[in-house]
Design a protein around this ligand. Structure first.
Ligand SMILES: [Zn+2]
Length: 183
């Protein structure tokens, strides 16, 4: 696994994180693959301990009472995905229908950002950001190491990411952020 540099003492990202929002000390215990980037934290709003993994082309987030439990949940999801003969759909399990090309597996809930061609509709962007879109935008705005890594690994997708970032920013500016649904 590749531990995000803001967790690694001695890096400029770690120094910055210490000043802004220090991440708790933690050592991942699960056998994440070599090409998977990982990061964790206590959460800000809401303050829920989380663990995030970025295997190529996807994103897995676990939450729990502490980071160890969050990592265990994220890894259990990773293993579920590995053993699944996926059935992809545009519906987020228990959530909205996405027309931006994102797909979720109906069986294991795996996520892929570019599973389908996007469906465009007039006025489709006239709506507030979802929590997930907000998280995504914030990571594109603040996580420079992640962006550099994405540019390196997926250079062909750079223009799409830039376009998405502009679109999400405009929507946040004009329509704000959707209220978080209570589970
Ligand atoms: Zn699946």
């Amino acid at each position: 696994m590749r531990i995000a540099p803001h967790h690694v003492p001695g890096t400029k990202e770690h120094e910055l994180a210490q000043r802004i929002h220090p991440a708790p000390d933690y050592v991942p215990v699960k056998p994440w693959p070599e090409d998977t980037r990982v990061q964790w934290g206590d959460g800000i709003i809401p303050a829920v301990p989380f663990f995030e993994a970025f295997p190529p082309g996807t994103f897995i987030r676990g939450e729990g009472k502490d980071i160890a439990e969050a990592e265990a949940r994220a890894f259990a999801q990773y293993e579920r995905e590995g053993h699944c003969d996926h059935q992809w759909g545009r519906q987020r399990p228990g959530g909205d229908l996405y027309t931006n090309g994102a797909g979720w597996c109906r069986k294991c809930r795996a996520f892929r950002s570019s599973m389908f061609p996007p469906i465009t509709r007039l006025g489709a962007h006239r709506k507030p950001l979802s929590t997930m879109e907000l998280h995504h935008l914030e990571s594109m705005e603040t996580d420079h190491e992640m962006n550099e890594w994405m540019d390196r690994v997926y250079p062909d997708d750079r223009a799409n990411r830039d376009k998405l970032k502009r679109l999400l920013r405009v929507r946040r500016h004009l329509f704000g952020v959707m209220e978080r649904k209570t589970a």
